[in-house]
Design a protein around this ligand. Sequence first.
Ligand code: HAM
Length: 422
Amino acid sequence: MNKIKAIKGTYDILPEDSVTWQEIERVVRDKMEIYMYSEIRTPIFEETGLFARSIGDDTDIVGKEMYTFRDMGNRSLTLRPELTASVVRSFIEHSLDQKGLPQKLWYMGPLFRQERPQKGRQRQFHQFGVEAIGNSSPTDDVEVMMLFNDIVGILGLKNVKFTINSLGGPKSRKIYTGKLVEFLEEIQVKLCEDCKRRKDTNPLRVLDCKVPGCREVVHNSEKLPRTVDFLNPEDEYHYETVKEYLDLESVPYKEDPFLVRGLDYYTGTIFEVNYEGLGAQSAIMGGGRYDNLMKQLGGSDLPAVGFACGIERLILALRAAGTAPEKKELKVYIVNTQQKSNKAFKYLNVLRRNKISAVMGSLERSMKAQMRAAWKYKAKYALIIEPDENMVSARDMTKSEQKLMSFDEFLNLFREINTHKQ
Ligand code: HAM
C-alpha cells in the first residue's frame, strides 16, 4: 500500500528543528513586549474578496497562487496568503481605532501560496510580522525596521542591510506610472506576454517581472524612470526623514529606485532584506507603508506601516551564518540499575523541581546502553545511583571524571554553577 506523505511544498517541523523555532518565537515575543506591540491572531481562511481587493487582482499571489475553495454554503474562501489584509479586516471589524491610536500589532503563523516549491519557497510557510496602524510619521517606518533588526540581531544576524525605496503617495504614483507606461510602450515588442498585459493593467508589476529576457530589457535601459524622481515635496520629505533616522541609528541600508513589492497595497516607503547566499529565494523580510488600505477595505482613513519575515528563510540564513539555536543540552542522565528504582525516580523529580533538565534511563537497557544514551543526549552528567543511602556516582561527561558523593552534594554543585553564572 502506498504510504501517505506530506503534500508537496509542505514540511513537518521535527523535534530536532523545533528548538530553533522555539528560540525564534521566544525572541520575537520578548522584543514585541519591549516595543509594546500586542499580539493579534486571525483565522487561517478568509473570504476570497479580502485578498483580491487588498493584494491586487493582477499580482502573482491573487492571479495564480491562492488556495481558493468553495464551502458548503458556496462561498469562495481562501487560505490566507499573507496577514496584512487579515489584520486590517479584523481592525475594521472590531473598531480597534476606538481603543486609541496608534495601534501596534504583531502576529506569527502559517501562510499558503501555491508557488513552485524550491529551497526557501514552500506552499505552507510561516511569518512573524507587525502592523503599526494610525501614525503617518517616518519614525514608525524606521521603528518597524529596527524591530526586525533587533530580533534577527539577537538571533545572530548582525548588520543586515535593508534595500529601500519610496513609491510615493497616490498623486506621485500616478505621475510616475504615466512615465513608466510611456517607457514601456517604447519597448513593448521586447516584453514578455505577461508584461505586455501588465503594461495596461498594472504597470508597476513589470518592474518585478522574473522572466530573464524581459527583466533585462526593462532594467538595463537608461530610460527606465525612477520612482524617487517623481515624489512630491511631502513624499520626498517623508522619505528623506526615514533615511535620516536610519542614519541616526546606524541601520545599514541601500537605495534601489526600482524596488517594487509583490503586493499592490503599498504607498510611500517600501523595504526588503535579502540575505546573500540563500540562492534565488533570498528575501527574508519585506514590508512598507500602506496608507490607503484601511480606507480601501471600508475602514477609516488611517495610515499604516508593517513588515513580515519568512521564518523558514530566516532559519536558512541563521544556519548559513552558523548561529541557528540548537537543542538545549541535557544536564543529568540518571543511569537506572536497581530493580526497584524508587531512589532514581525520586532524584529525577528533585532535579526537575530544581529546574535542572533530567531524564532517567530505562531498566530494560543495560548500564552500557544507558551510558551510550547519555552520550547521545550530550548530557553534562551521568548519575549512577549507588546502593548506599543517598550516595551517587556523578560522571562529568565532558571531562570523563567520576566522583562518589551524596545526592545533596550533587545538587549543590548545580546551585554553585548557577550562582557563578549570575
Ligand atoms: P511578502 O514580501 O509577500 O510580504 O512576504 C514576506 C516574507 O515572507 C518574504 O520576504 C519571505 O521571507 C516570506 N515568504 C513569502 N513567500 C514565501 C514562500 N512561498 N515560502 C517561504 N517564505 C515566503 C508580505 O507578506 C506582506 N504582508 C508584508 C507586510 C506586512 N507589509 C506590510 N506589512
